[in-house]
Ligand binder design. Structure first.
Ligand code: PMP
Length: 363
């Protein structure tokens, strides 16, 4: 295979519960998984019902154009349907965007400590990945704007960012978008948008009217509780959406996923419950970290990054100590953060179990 493919470091997902149970001789029922920023409430009941109905039609292909889901999204975000692209998770959206706008040798820009799939999407096409150093674990938008040159075809920005949880307020993002040349695509990855407090929310889905080079990416994997179904979407101008539609796989979102997503989108009570649980759970961690004297990065997502030691082996070591106690979190050494762990916010009792295990591990 090509050298640029062999140079790719494979994505490392959170360890599954069954594997940890087997490896550490634990009962699956006693394991707490806080490793993949999943929704601790599970699948919304409304989505389960919708999937049961959709299951009767599984002998047929899914609607390749996702009519019902696009109709619901167009209504929710007040955009025409030809501004919407559906993806097999938002990872698919990130890849589709890269495939539509980047070719071998082009430059793709993203921040240090930002989401791992940006590197994969760029490297898979043989593009040059330009990683702009972070400030305070977050995006340095001035440095990113300055790093754009004639080779740059696409910029990835995660807001809030994973794995650090940092956030860029609307005014900073708009100032950045005003500086980016119109022939450079900006993918604004908002996988954690629904967890933002009301005072931090902003109308990026309306910005696509003003910025012809903007792609806003969202997902049903986090606040909507549908990670296993793989469904995400993008909002962009019709010309951009048209190019994305040409390179996506036909039938890229399955029938169950489409049905469940429509139901979840209309289930505002579930979304509210998820956001409220997240706010309370975050406070639980912050309080514990402060008591324990641990440094953490203030987070706007459904997870928090905490420093568990000073040496380069700290993250990996404490991770194993937590696994032995049946708590699965995410080591972030592959992101260049070997002293840190990323912990997803769960139910109050899951957070308490994680905090107790962390205290024991660090004692
Ligand atoms: N973007 C960011 C910033 C993420 O953290 C994730 C999930 N890890 C994704 C995109 C992709 O999520 P999904 O493919 O499940 O929509």
């Amino acid at each position: 295979g090509p050298e640029y493919i062999r140079a790719i470091a494979p994505y490392q997902a959170g360890k599954p519960i069954a594997e940890v149970a087997r490896e550490f001789g634990l009962d699956e029922a006693n394991i707490v998984k806080l490793a993949s920023n999943e929704n601790p409430f599970g699948v919304p009941e409304s989505s389960k019902q919708a999937m049961l109905q959709a299951a009767a039609e599984l002998a047929r292909y899914p609607d390749s154009n996702g009519f019902e889901l696009k109709t619901a999204l167009a209504k929710r975000y007040d955009v025409p349907m030809d501004c919407i692209t559906l993806g097999n998770g938002s990872n698919d959206i990130l890849e589709i965007a890269a495939k539509a706008f980047v070719q071998k040798g082009d430059a793709v820009l993203y921040a240090q400590y930002s989401f791992a799939v940006y590197a994969l999407a760029a490297q898979g096409l043989g593009a040059r990945a330009i990683v702009v150093p972070a400030v305070d674990h977050g995006h340095d938008l001035d440095a990113m704007a300055a790093a754009i040159d004639q080779d740059t075809k696409l910029v990835f920005i995660a807001n809030p960012n994973n794995p650090t949880g940092t956030f860029l307020p609307a005014a900073k993002l708009e100032a950045f978008l005003d500086k980016v040349p119109a022939n450079v695509i900006v993918v604004l990855d908002e996988a954690y948008n629904e967890f933002l407090a009301p005072q931090d929310q902003y109308e990026s889905t309306a910005w696509v009217r003003k910025y012809p080079n903007l792609i806003v990416s969202r997902t049903f994997s986090k606040a909507y509780g549908l990670a296993g179904l793989r469904v995400g979407f993008a909002i962009a101008q019709p010309a951009v959406t048209d190019l994305m539609n040409r390179v996506r796989q036909p039938f890229n979102v399955n029938s169950l996923a489409q049905a469940a997503a429509v139901a979840a989108l209309n289930d505002t009570a579930f979304l509210k419950k998820s956001a409220e649980n997240n706010t309370a759970g975050y406070q639980q961690y912050v309080q514990a970290f402060e008591e324990m004297g641990l440094q953490y990065v203030p987070s706007y997502g459904n997870f928090v990054l905490v420093k568990v030691g000073e040496d380069e082996g700290a993250g990996a070591r404490v991770n194993v100590a937590l696994l032995k106690q049946g708590v699965i979190v995410r080591p972030v050494g592959a992101y260049g953060l070997p002293q840190w762990l990323r912990i997803s916010i769960g139910l109050p009792q899951e957070n308490a179990a994680c905090i107790a295990a962390l205290k024991k591990a660090l004692a």
